[in-house]
Design a protein around this ligand. Structure first.
Ligand code: URA
Length: 478
């Protein structure tokens, strides 16, 4: 019996290297025993060293198999290493094996991979952070028990999604840490390491109750989507039995009351008042709450077609806060503001003006991408005044939390959001305008406007004024 000892449960590189070595030496699957470091075996603990020289250079496996194996290895089944090695063994003589979906080994591996993908999806949907402070300041902690070992695989998603928030996700298998610069991993944790009570729980409960539509209740589907095993860690889960119990009555009331057309005057007033209206009863108090809230915001309809809400980016306490119009195509996909073509112009101008972007807070008047489809292309559409007003709740929250000295409106839509009325840029640029929260306001061109100017001389002139305005705003904020 050839014993292979892997460094840990998800040691894909170790498995790969050992598997290739065993295959090269023609060790059949039934003669290989796979263990993980620390596991005692009937055959003792002496794992066989696999030398790179054992690997035959001409042995190639299809990429589809490597991709599949990388997922299967995250499955909790003890059978996974052997199953994968059996597939690898067979691939030598059955080159098309991976295309035979009915083959029991292929079917089993595909099934495992599917379960792993599902576990990753659930983890992305159901991780809930709680606020915790440590000597480094504000940090967020989540406890989660994924069905399979997907903590490390999903970590880049959380780092992208919550780039501006220090967090740890603790799981029994591995813990993920993000310090706003890089990801790191430590050994699995005990549930006791996760703080259990905090304000975010109420926030989530309120949110969940607000999106719960009794008329669409399907208990079976809901439990499949949010299996009971996850309820334990979800603050909103406490509401589920009550909401289910009330559902029929609430549906009957909705049906009895159902007006088909919204009253235009009521809608207009609601939009006008939306900046002061509490969002689900609670104003966000941290940028992480803003980020979570923006992504789930239903204040207007843009969320339906957007990939995600795009919150602002930058440190709380930034002296300068920039407001753009709305995320564009690339920002919508990445979940970050000003990273596409307009973002590149913006970055270049900031550099020329001597303004370090990382010390500023960059956001948009509207947090979801408004667009229309033309063929496969998503074409930007300018948000109207009502939509800007509806989204101002989030901009106001960001301003309250960041407390900048100077707010710079980039373009007319941002001007409307920041000053509450149209701001002619040519007339008002380059001056400090008093805002109601003690900050000073500055209005300048939007970087996309500079990109669109057809005349090279006009473009260069407007760009120079833009750089000048950025320099002015930075000095004003000093
Ligand atoms: N234009 C904007 O106004 N904001 C972005 O984030 C990107 C493009």
């Amino acid at each position: 019996m050839h014993v292979v000892r892997l460094a840990h449960e998800t040691d894909f590189d170790g498995w790969r290297q050992a598997a290739r070595g065993l295959r090269a030496r023609k060790v059949p699957p039934e003669a290989a025993l796979w263990t993980v470091d620390g596991e005692a075996t009937l055959f003792g603990n002496a794992a066989e060293p696999v030398q790179p020289t054992d690997i035959r250079a001409d042995f190639r496996v299809p990429k589809a198999f490597v991709d599949l194996a990388a997922r299967v290895i995250l499955h909790r089944s003890n059978e996974r290493f052997t199953l994968l090695y059996r597939l690898l063994w067979r691939l030598h003589d059955e080159r098309d094996l991976m295309h035979i979906a009915s083959d029991p080994d292929v079917a089993r591996a595909n099934h495992f991979a599917k379960e792993v993908s599902r576990a990753a999806h659930k983890m992305k949907a159901f991780v809930r952070f709680r606020l915790a402070a440590d000597e480094g300041g504000e940090a967020y902690v989540a406890w989660f028990e994924p069905a399979h070992r997907v903590a490390e695989a999903t970590a880049p998603f959380f780092a992208r999604r919550y780039a501006n928030m220090r967090f740890s996700i603790l799981t029994p298998d591995a813990c993920v840490h993000w310090d706003m610069v890089e990801l790191s991993f430590t050994a699995g944790a005990d549930p006791a390491d996760a703080p259990s009570e905090d304000a975010l729980e109420d926030y989530w409960r309120t949110y969940y109750a607000s999106i719960f539509n009794p008329a669409r209740l399907k208990v079976g589907a809901m439990q499949m989507e949010m299996p009971k095993r996850y309820w334990r860690n979800l603050p909103e889960a406490a509401l589920i039995p009550e909401l289910i119990a009330q559902a029929q009555g609430r549906t009957d009331t909705m049906v009895r009351q159902a007006p088909t057309e919204p009253n235009r005057r009521v809608v207009k007033t609601a939009v006008r008042n939306s900046r002061d209206a509490p969002w689900d009863g609670q104003a966000p108090t941290s940028l992480a709450e803003v980020a979570a809230g923006v992504d789930h915001c239903r204040r207007c309809d843009f969320w339906r077609d957007a990939t995600q809400g795009v919150p602002g980016e930058g440190p709380p306490g930034a002296r300068l806060l920039f407001v753009g119009e709305q995320p564009g195509d690339q920002e919508d996909l990445a979940g970050k503001p000003f990273i596409g073509p307009a973002g590149q112009v913006f970055d270049r101008a900031l550099a020329e003006a001597g303004v370090p972007r990382t010390e500023t807070y960059v956001t948009n008047a509207v947090k979801h991408f408004k667009h229309e489809l033309r063929g496969k292309r998503r074409i930007h559409k300018t948000p109207d005044a009502g939509e800007v007003a509806a989204c101002r709740w989030w901009l106001d929250a960001e301003r309250r939390i960041v407390r900048p000295r100077v707010v710079v409106a980039l373009g007319a839509t941002a001007g409307l959001a920041v000053f509450g009325k149209p701001t002619p840029i040519g007339k008002l640029r380059g001056q400090a305008l008093q805002l109601s929260d003690q900050a000073q306001g500055v209005v300048t061109y939007h970087p996309s406007y500079l990109l669109r100017l057809p005349d090279a001389a006009a473009k260069a002139e407007a760009y120079a004024m833009f750089v000048e305005d950025l320099r002015y705003a930075w000095a004003l904020a000093a």
